[in-house]
Design a protein around this ligand. Structure first.
Ligand code: ASP
Ligand code: ASP
Length: 347
């Protein structure tokens, strides 16, 4: 049975840790060892909204695994412009490709596409909802910077907590790791949505809300900046009021703990001044770089192909296929939520 990557909320901590371990394995492989992983496989990249990193890193990931890529990067060049539904587009594309990466503008649309098709679907950001592969690379980055997602790690999430899908996915993921401390820094109009506060509370995460970026800088290990998501505001005047709410610069970081790392899913507009790039705190371009191995891990995993040179092809770990799991995969840790993969309707 096929699996998808649609929402971080579908995953448990063991699932996240498994992805991080897979990414580390992929990172450890020589380029030549990767080239024969997915020969003859085709990935469709279907982007109805702008992207630089997500699209190009998925494309690069697939090419470097020996597969090939087709797709589009704007709705205007597809039949969506004539009114075709995403479900119909997905049902068409599954005839041409064995895996899909989709960025639809509407929240929930990636899951609908996954349910309509029989090939693995990866949500590359559905509206303001979720961006799960970004979260995996964010977790991988934090793990690399700090040697793990350790108890006591202080994480400040700054900016547009209301509309940023990378924040929404990241909060759900980080709340699964006990003992982290969260500082939520935003203008009142852009606070984290209530349902995510509730998820955090249910997972016993401690959230401290404030508007004070400088105070958060003094007491954080990770400063995760975000762009104010202009395209999500129903009224552009509301955007104008908050667009410059937080602009991080080098001088502000003088008060930071020595090990603080600044992250950002990018693109930045003006929320991080260029003078931060030259400080030892800047971590956002390293973060971008991790997208490649993390997305390679995701592509391999959803296709059931083992990343290592020595292991054999593994079966998927969806609840439905658990009985068929190969002996080369370890069972999920107790307490892990099983994959809630979308219902595959093969036709
Ligand atoms: N990293 C973002 C993405 O999801 C932004 C960008 O691509 O320009 O694609
Ligand atoms: N690139 C990220 C995303 O696609 C963040 C952003 O666009 O600001 O969600």
């Amino acid at each position: 049975m096929k699996r998808d990557l649609i929402s971080i909320d579908d995953l448990g901590r063991a699932d996240l840790e498994r992805y991080l371990a897979l990414a580390a394995k992929v990172e450890g492989l020589e380029p030549e060892a990767k080239r024969d992983k997915l020969p003859g496989r085709v990935l469709a990249v279907m982007f109805f909204e702008p992207s630089t990193r997500t699209r190009l890193s998925f494309e690069s990931a697939m090419c470097r695994l020996g597969g090939s890529v087709l797709g589009f990067s704007e709705a205007a060049s597809t039949s969506a412009a004539k009114g075709e539904s995403l479900r119909d587009t997905a049902r068409t594309v599954e005839r041409y490709a064995g895996q899909m990466v989709i960025r639809p503008p509407r929240e929930g649309a990636a899951r609908a596409a996954a349910e309509a098709t029989g090939v693995p679907v990866i949500n590359a950001g559905d509206g303001a909802n979720q961006h799960p592969s970004q979260t995996l690379l964010d977790l991988y980055t934090i793990q690399k910077f700090f040697g793990g997602l350790k108890k006591g790690l202080r994480i400040a999430l700054v900016g547009d907590l209301k509309y940023s899908r990378t924040i929404h996915s990241l909060v759900q993921a980080l709340a699964l790791f006990e003992g982290l401390e969260f500082h939520l820094v935003s203008p009142p109009a852009l606070r984290l949505p209530g349902y995510l506060m509730e998820t955090g509370a249910a997972r016993k995460a401690s959230f401290h809300e404030s508007e004070d970026l400088r105070a958060a800088i003094r007491r954080s290990d990770v400063l995760y900046m975000t762009r104010i998501q202009k395209e999500r505001f129903p009224d552009v005047l509301d955007y104008e009021k908050v667009k410059d709410a937080y602009v991080l610069n080098r001088e502000m970081l003088e008060e930071a703990p020595r090990g603080l790392r600044v992250m950002h899913p990018l693109p930045r507009v003006n929320e991080i001044a260029a003078d931060v790039d030259e400080t030892g705190h800047a971590g956002y371009f390293e973060q971008v770089g991790h997208g490649l191995v993390v997305r390679q891990a995701v592509l391999l995993d959803l296709l059931g192909v083992a990343p290592g040179p020595t292991t054999t092809t593994r079966c998927c770990t969806s609840r439905r296929s658990r009985r068929g799991r190969s002996s080369t995969t370890s069972p999920p840790a107790s307490g892990s939520r099983s994959w809630r993969s979308s219902t595959a309707t093969r036709r």
